[in-house]
Design a protein around this ligand. Structure first.
Ligand code: ATP
Length: 329
């Protein structure tokens, strides 16, 4: 296939333990069995894109142990090209996740091999980055690697700014100034948008549906729109959970509502969304159409438990073309 999505990001081993109640500081609680699952935003978004038919390569790093070999093999089994996934001494990234009876969680991420992804690992993949239709990155690998990937991206560079960094000197809203200039499409959730937007939302008339926010039904959505419009990046897709997404394309904003589904587990919805958006953009879909496709994929993912297990295939979406209206549309 000619479609090329290159994901630059993290690979983690998630260790999930269910507990009746999350422990307080100093407390010891007994939990259920340890579930060991492949995770990491980079790996998850790569799997989401591959399931939806993208030809996907993952740039990043795993460790040198047996867990790392298993993570690599699982990704390869999903059809993700792991030929440029570096191996560094030590463990892979880990996320230790405690989940209570009410689905509230506490997560500790130990970056492991992800911390070793730098300019050298990205430089080794320069050719595939230059040829890719879409390069998709998150912020679970060092900023130097993300910047190098953005510089090498030949096609559309999509950034999911998660986790959102604290403010950097000389940067606007927590991202280095140079990165703002290289991002073609930014995909924050609401919290990440709050962390990145120079506007606190009190600027712009949220009470009046005027100008670009005309047509948005609530003050809250108009506030999100004004914040997105204030970012130094003309194309922004803000994910809004069950509400869908808000698309900013230049001075134009549009709400793409999510279909109403029986949500069972929203874990990984954001990763499914980003992977799907990348596939549709790589197929030449305009931003709003790509967002519609990704909204359908993400809605399907929340109707099943787990992150990767819930990611839909192209067949499950029920349409061949991103703009098609099969499945949940
Ligand atoms: P997570 O961290 O849980 O993966 P996130 O905060 O990154 O999520 P969300 O905005 O919660 O991202 O979800 C991403 C997208 O998934 C939403 O924009 C929407 O399209 C879809 N989605 C999430 N929850 C629902 C839901 N209950 N019903 C339909 N679609 C949903």
């Amino acid at each position: 296939t000619t479609v090329r999505v290159v994901v630059v990001g993290s690979v983690n081993l998630d260790q999930v333990i269910e507990v009746a109640a999350l422990p307080r500081p100093g407390e010891t609680v007994t939990g259920g069995p340890v579930l060991r699952l492949g995770g990491g935003k980079g790996a998850n978004q790569a799997v989401a894109a591959a399931r939806l038919g993208g030809a996907v390569a993952l740039i990043g790093a795993v460790g040198s142990d047996a867990d790392s070999a298993a993570l690599r093999a699982e990704l390869a089994g999903e059809g993700v090209d792991v030929g440029r996934l570096a191996e560094v001494p030590g463990p892979p990234g880990h996320a230790v996740v405690l989940v209570d009876a009410g689905a509230e969680n506490c997560i500790v991420v130990s970056p492991g091999a992800n911390a070793a992804v730098g300019e050298a690992e990205v430089a080794a993949a320069r050719e595939v980055l230059g040829a890719a239709a879409v390069v998709l990155a998150q912020l679970e690998v060092p900023m130097a690697a993300v910047l190098a990937a953005a510089r090498s991206a030949g096609g559309t560079f999509v950034l999911n700014p998660a986790p959102v960094p604290v403010s950097v000197p000389g940067g606007a809203g927590g991202l280095p100034g140079e990165l703002w200039g290289l991002v073609d499409v930014l995909v924050p959730n609401r919290t990440e948008l709050e962390g990145l937007s120079p506007l606190d939302g009190s600027v712009g008339s949220v009470d009046e549906p005027v100008g670009p926010v005309n047509g948005l039904p609530t003050p809250e959505l108009r506030r999100v729109a004004w914040q997105a419009l204030a970012l130094p990046c003309p194309r922004v897709v803000v994910t809004l959970g069950a509400e869908g997404v808000l698309v900013r394309d230049g001075s134009f904003v549009e709400l793409v509502p999510a279909p109403k589904v029986a949500a069972v587990d929203t874990t990984g919805a954001g990763d499914t969304f980003c992977g799907a958006l990348a596939v549709a953009l790589a197929e030449g879909e305009p931003l709003a159409g790509a967002a519609r496709f990704a909204v359908r994929a993400a809605a399907l993912s929340v109707t099943r438990t787990g992150a990767r297990t819930a990611m839909p295939t192209r067949a499950a979406l029920g349409s061949a073309a991103p703009g098609g209206s099969g499945g949940l549309a």
